[in-house]
Write a protein that binds this ligand. Sequence first.
Ligand code: CA
Length: 442
Amino acid sequence: MPKTRILIAALLASAIGNATAQDRDDRYPGITGTISPSASSPGGAPEWSGESGASGHPLMTAAAIRQAADNFHACLERIWPAAAKRSITREFYQSATAQLTPDLRIMDLMDNQPEFTKSFWDYLDILVTDARIAKGRELLEKYRKTFDAVEQAYGVDRTIITAIWGVESNYGTLGGDRPVLRSTATLACIGRRQNYFREEFLSTLEILQRGDVRPDRLVGSWAGAFGPTQFMPTAFKRFAVDFDHDGRRDVVDSIPDLIASTANNLRKDGWVSGQSWGYEVVIPSTLNFMLADHRRPMPLREWERHGLTRPGGKPFPHPDAQAFLLVPAGVQGPGFLMLANFNAIMKYNPAEAYALAIGHLADRLRGGERFAQDWPRYERVLTRDERLELQQLLARHGFDIGEPDGHLGAKTRSAIREFQAKAGQIPDGFASAVVLEQLRGR
Ligand code: CA
């Protein structure tokens, strides 16, 4: 089952003040997520550029997109039997699809590969702000009884739900305004992820036929994520619950349904009740950084034996809990010991910076401190070309980075560590300009 929720960059768009902010979508690699803030260009939405996509995928050439658009209704007709198997009535299918036109602008958005990305600390700065903390605390107070009941039922901490609400859509204010039916129909028939989006399209039809969410409220990101916590239609099918017992699972307009459905999602993704997502830690310079690997979890007490401590010397509440060490910005930046709940957040939103922002915002909502250690803010973030070059050089030197895609994830970090270790350096895995220089010199 592919990852089901699209990473939303609306918050970044809001912070930057226009619709050009993008971020890579890690929910399923290869798609760049971006949406416009709902307030953008009313009546004047930008048209498709008419250009071939940057991915180079054969289904993303301008000619292939035009051809698929011409065959849009024939394609929808081919999907009909699959819809019938899900008890969609012919009448409903007809009425839902008869007037649909493809939204080709989505093809630009799907293949947008931003030249510049942000650093880890930029994301945290943008996503965890005083305003977002204040608004989150307001909501925690306003819906206290609902949160009480949801915690009781699902065992998922209220601040995590609130943080997801805040990070995914700025508390429902930036969730995108594209009709989910049109977006998923477009993606099911045009472009490079049709199989994946066919499921999303079919699930959208089910939501509409059942009447869970009002049709005019089923709007969201270009990839079909909707509502304040950005459910994809298939995720809605798996996780949405009718917590206010009105017969509809309305994760857009019912706060109890929204909060409980998001909690249910996390619980089913492995949330451990009563535990944190993880801890900021101070790493001794003597540490073998090869241990900083998500595939090498150890009990917290074992990490303590390696000299890792929490800032200020606070104890770990559950020293037997397994944690892996994340060092996102190298030896000059903070470390984080990540518990099982971090993995649950990563299933919700598989970009490390976003998942860390969600965890940190949750801590701040309940009165926690800022991170104690500084980020290496003087480090220059590599451009897309440089990131690709870095990966290609690593591959040429025999390190496994998977497919070069310009995305510096855990696999690239691991390859950098191995390269640094061979070169006799501290293997902190950080993709700095210095590492790139060193690779070029070999
Ligand atoms: Ca309901």
